[in-house]
Structures are given as structure tokens and as C-alpha cells.
Design a protein around this ligand. Sequence first.
Ligand SMILES: O=C(O)C1=C[C@@H](OP(=O)(O)O)[C@@H](O)[C@H](O)C1
Ligand SMILES: C=C(OP(=O)(O)O)C(=O)O
Length: 436
Amino acid sequence: MTADGTDGLWTAPLAAGPVSATVQVPGSKSITNRALLLAALADGPSTIRRPLRSRDTDLMLGAVRALGTAVREEPGAGAGPDWVVEPQPLRGPAAVDCGLAGTVMRFVPPVAVLADGDISFDGDPRARERPMGPVLEALRHLGAGITVDGGGPDRLPFTVAGRGSLPGGNVQIDASASSQFVSGLLLAAPRYDKGVDVVHVGPPVPSLPHIRMTILMLRQAGVDVEDETPQRWRVGPGPIRARDVDVEPDLSNAAPFLATALVTGGEVTVGGWPSTTTQPGDSLRDLLARMGAECRLGRSGLVVRGRGRVLGIDADLREVSELAPTIAGIAALADTPSTLRGIGHMRGHETDRLAALATEINNLGGDVSETRDGLRIRPRPLHGGVFRTYADHRMATTGALLGLVVPGIQVEDIGTTAKTLPEFVDLWTGMLGGAG
Ligand SMILES: O=C(O)C1=C[C@@H](OP(=O)(O)O)[C@@H](O)[C@H](O)C1
Ligand SMILES: C=C(OP(=O)(O)O)C(=O)O
């Protein structure tokens, strides 16, 4: 069933005027899923406060529980319960459903090698196409036994033969398709006999802030991590200390809400914006300012104000590709052209996001072309129509953003936002309730 309960199409609400609102976005997917995994590997119980509840985090919860970890809910300060995680010896056999979650498919196999039995992995049809090879090759090199079901290329579905331990050590990896390949190895590495020494060899690694997030969370858990040499990360063996984690709001999920201020000439505040963070969404302050907004970080949160003009941008988004669909949506509504670069790896995300954005914006009358590693966007007046989403939460929120100012946009499968933000429709319509 879809949000409108009828034909699978959600009529995106048009903003009646400049939108003025304050929005609280739920917790970060990336922090929640790292915290869950580290808690499952830790030396004692811990609490995750204000975790994100969404499809991706439920899948990670399912994965750690399948491996034997006890997780119970407890009333907390957030909208939903906190999670109390009690690590247990990791056990197999078990089956892990990755859904379409990159964090589950890339972070859990390096942990599954530590279980005492076979752990099988599968996911959505699209998950079977997402890049996995370098992770499986690296794990085999570090001593793991992994068989791809059906004997095909290194993709889902596959089975990890958990043997209770892994030698670990030195490994080279091409992480140009996803930073998650590196993060996954680093998160499990303290529990390997020799830790790991990972060297990236290949074209640049995307989404480096997410690797910095991994390193920070490991260090906060008392793990020895060296990252002084570019493209090289070393994690020493040793305990992962149990620690309670407060999950920050998901700053990437804040993007379409803040973009609303820019494209409607209004003012939107996202509460609880951290003063320092490893989340790539913090770059919105710079990106939205370059596109014409005024951004102010204060006690109430991040305040973004539109000033009537929306400027195109020439930006390398390699480090912050989670923001690219929103930036592309703003660019399609701008007064001047944009070039988005450094995001070729987005062809391996929930869908081929470069193709999807170009196709769907062009279907509304836009002029977007794909380049080798990005998009060129020449603004043109858009018209209504169906905006297809390809099971991609960020396509869905981009369709909603365009629909604020282009009458008659219908977003297909708005429910796909449940991947990281099940409350999207409520938050969106709540935000517009304040439109003047
Ligand atoms: O480690 C993480 O939590 C993530 C890393 C990034 O992946 P890529 O490096 O594949 O872009 C990001 O796009 C994804 O949404 C979350
Ligand atoms: C790329 C994304 O997700 P995943 O963690 O599945 O890679 C994303 O959320 O934009």
C-alpha cells in the first residue's frame, strides 16, 4: 500500500508560498548502524539512544540478532525507544537479509567471519547488482571462506563460513565503488587476530567522511586506528569497549527539508544540528549557501533562508554523494546551469542515480545530461508528470522537492522513503502546514 492508499502515485503537495517551518529529523542511518555493529562486538552491554527506526536500521538489527546478539527496547528520551545491546558469542548458522542496505551488505560479512557457523546473505533484486567484489576478495585474502551461491561473480547471494576467528593482516582493496568496503573491514578488524592494515589501490575513494565516521566511532570505543597515510588505514587488534551512543539527527535526510527554504524563498530550521560531526550532510551549509541561501548555525539548529534567487553550482560531490539527488533537484529549479562531478559511483547506489535523475527530470521537461562522473543540469521550465523512484528513497524525496514548485508532480512509491525515513510524508506535510 502506498501513502495515498490508491494507485501507487503520491501527488506531491505544492507550496502555497514561502515555507516557514522547524523540522526535527530522526537519527542518522550511518551512526545507528555503526553503533549497533560495534555494540554487538563490544566487551559489555551498551545503550543506543535515539536510534533511527527505518528499513535499513531494522535490517541491521535483524542481522545482529541473527548472529546471536540480544537487543531489547527501553523507553528513552527520543520519539521511540532506545536499544540496549547485550553482546553474546556470535553464532551460526544464520541467514541475513540485506534488503537494499549498503551498510548491511558491506558491514556484516566482515563480522560474520567471527561467528561459529555458516552465515548466508541475500537481499533485494537490486542488492544483487550492487558492487560487493572487493569486500569478498579482501575477506578471503584475510583468511575467510566465502562461496557465492550458484558460483557466479562476487555479488549477493553468498555464504560466509564463520570459523570463530580470522587471522586478519595486510590487504589491498579497490574501494573506488564504495567507501563502505573500507568501513566494513575497519569496524570488525579489532576482533581479528592481527587487526587489519588496509591499503586502497585504484581511482579515488568516495564518501570519505563516512570513513572518518567509522574511525571516530572506533576510537571512541578505545580501538587503536592509524590513518595518517592517505589511502591507508590500520586497526590494531583488541577489545571494543562498550559505550552508550547518542545518535545525531540524519543530516543527509535533512537535505530536502532545508532545500525547501531555498526553492520557495522561505526559512526552514532543522533542530538538533550538531556543532561538530563527521556526517557529510554538514556540507549542506556550504552547498546551500553557494546556491543562494543564507545558512546560520545557532542554538535552535541550522536555519536556512532563501533569498529569492536559486543559483546553479559547479561542485565536486564525491565526498557527499548522499546529498547529490537533492542538489540535482535544486539545480533543476535554479536560474543558472550546474555541473555535478565526482559521483560516478552513484551508478551503483540504490539505483543508477545518474541515469534515474536525468531520465526523471527530463520527463518533466528538464534538460539534464549524464557525464562520465556526474550530471550537467540546464534549468528549463518544468511541467507536471509522474516521477519514478526505482526503489530509491532519495529519488522519492527529490520528486517531492520538485513538486513544491512544479504543479502536478506525482511521485511513484513514496513509501520507498522508509529505507531511511519512514516519517517522510508526515514530516513533509507537517512542514508545509506552516506555509504562508
Ligand atoms: O558508510 C555509510 O554509512 C555510507 C557510505 C556512503 O556509501 P558510498 O561510499 O557507497 O557512497 C553513503 O553514500 C551511504 O549512504 C552510507
Ligand atoms: C547510498 C545510500 O545508501 P546505502 O547505505 O544503501 O549505500 C544512500 O542512503 O544514499
